[in-house]
Design a protein around this ligand. Structure first.
Ligand code: CTP
Length: 420
């Protein structure tokens, strides 16, 4: 039986962690819960205990606990530790190596994989201190799921900070467990692993965008496009296999988060831009998302109703921010290698060359997406890579092969850069 130690932090999202317990138990996991002191304002030990069928652990200095089962045993007698919600305060303590309560002592003592599901106000998530802490924790090998973007519990607050949904956390737990098995495919290199140094992108941060964006018309309708996210997700996975720390900012897609990658889920172009900015700095930026060029000037807050007396509503559109161009102009924050995509239906290479210049990208991965090619949503892709020095025409390949080749190419480029 797989064992999960769930640390519940003090945040409004703590109620969702009880659902997470239920979902894990349904799947046959044994779950033990540690509640921080702040968490006890949101969830009682009694409720958590009833759901886990186990005693709930709350206090480092409970002598009985120390005799029966101390923080060392708690941290070892599990296959994985999940922190949900991971508050800004808990992340800060972890990044600083604090151990002044049971939760942080367990986290410092463990040799097991740790998955954090952050939840906090968007401004707290975007604060430089939290950025720094998350960056440090990712370097320390902590896995992350979310936070997602959207409405917050506080009225009128929106942005990245919503805890990932329980089923998303379950999926991440399963992925982290799979890659943490010795010899597992796509294993994340651990500290001291000799492969870490052999891997071409070890120590690098790769930021990838993927999928479409959804631009709301009203609460139930949206403008979208046919992007599946397959290419962007394959690129993120390929970079992770090369040992990079990878952040994937994904629009709504029907495919799973790649293994060993921190995936941030967003819906709109605005949210995607914010999430990308929050993930910087990065050594390589690969923007494969099919970002909607326009959004509705003001999305209706209530469902738009049909009115037999008037005509169909006219949609006033405004342009979305161009994420690639914005990041290309971000000065010191611009990734050293910035790669854009050009989805074209005619004059593919010519348009791609223009796009490289006008957007300020280093390379453009151009592909023909005219309906006959079946690229949009399909599994294969024919690429023309436009770089600062010329053009490479690649044969038609599987999207995973395209991803591997692009990552290989990018890794070699950075190596060369380092040697100069
Ligand atoms: N892109 C972006 N933000 C946008 C639009 C596009 O970051 N608002 C990025 C895409 O991720 C891609 C590149 O820009 O890497 C080119 O996308 P594409 O849709 O081909 O170009 P557009 O700018 O939309 O140009 P057009 O539709 O006129 O061809």
């Amino acid at each position: 039986m797989k064992r999960v130690l769930l640390i519940i932090g003090g945040g409004i999202a703590a109620y969702k962690s009880l659902d997470l317990v239920r979902r894990l138990r349904e799947r046959g996991y044994a779950v033990r819960v540690v509640l921080t002191q702040a968490a006890q304002s949101f969830v009682t030990p009694l409720t958590a205990g009833a759901l886990t069928n186990e005693r709930v652990f709350t206090d480092l200095f409970d002598l009985d606990d120390e005799r029966e089962i101390g923080h060392i045993r708690l941290s070892r007698e599990t296959d994985l530790i999940v922190i949900a919600p991971a508050t800004a305060d808990l992340l800060a303590k972890m990044a600083g190596g604090h151990a002044n309560d049971l939760a942080t002592a367990v986290l410092l003592a463990t040799d097991k994989p740790v998955l954090a599901a952050p939840a906090m106000n968007p401004r707290m998530w975007l604060h430089p201190a939290t950025r720094r802490n998350v960056d440090q924790l990712q370097r320390d090998g902590i896995h992350f799921v979310g936070p997602n973007s959207g409405e917050m519990a506080e009225r009128g607050e929106a942005g990245p900070g919503r805890m990932a949904e329980p089923l998303e956390i379950v999926a991440s737990i399963e992925r982290v467990m799979a890659i943490s098995q010795p010899g597992a495919h796509g294993q994340t290199p651990q500290k001291g692993d000799p492969n870490l140094h052999a891997a071409t992108l070890a120590g690098r941060h790769v930021l990838v965008t993927s999928g479409p964006t959804h631009e709301p018309l009203d609460p139930v309708r949206y403008i979208a496009n046919r992007s599946s996210g397959k290419q962007g997700h394959a690129i993120a996975a390929a970079a992770a296999r090369r040992g990079a720390r990878v952040t994937l900012v994904s629009g709504p897609v029907a495919i799973p988060d790649p293994e060993g990658v921190t995936t941030v889920h967003v819906e709109t172009a605005d949210e995607m831009l914010k999430a990308v900015e929050a993930a910087l700095p990065a050594d390589i930026g690969i923007f494969a998302a099919a970002v909607a060029d326009w959004r509705v000037a003001s999305a209706a807050t209530e469902k738009i109703k049909k009115d037999p007396r008037s005509r169909a509503p006219a949609l006033a559109l405004v342009e979305n921010p161009d994420i690639l161009r914005t990041i290309a102009g971000a000065g010191a924050a611009r990734p050293g290698l910035l790669i854009g995509f050009a989805a074209e239906t005619q004059n593919v290479v010519e348009h791609a060359k223009k796009k490289r210049k006008s957007k300020g990208a280093d390379w453009i991965v151009a592909n023909d997406v005219s309906p006959a090619t079946d690229v949009m949503g399909g599994d294969r892709n024919t690429i023309h890579l436009v770089t600062e020095t010329g053009l490479e025409d690649w044969p038609q390949m599987d999207k995973h092969e395209v991803a591997d080749r692009l990552i290989e190419r990018a890794a070699r480029h950075l190596e060369k850069f380092r040697e100069l």
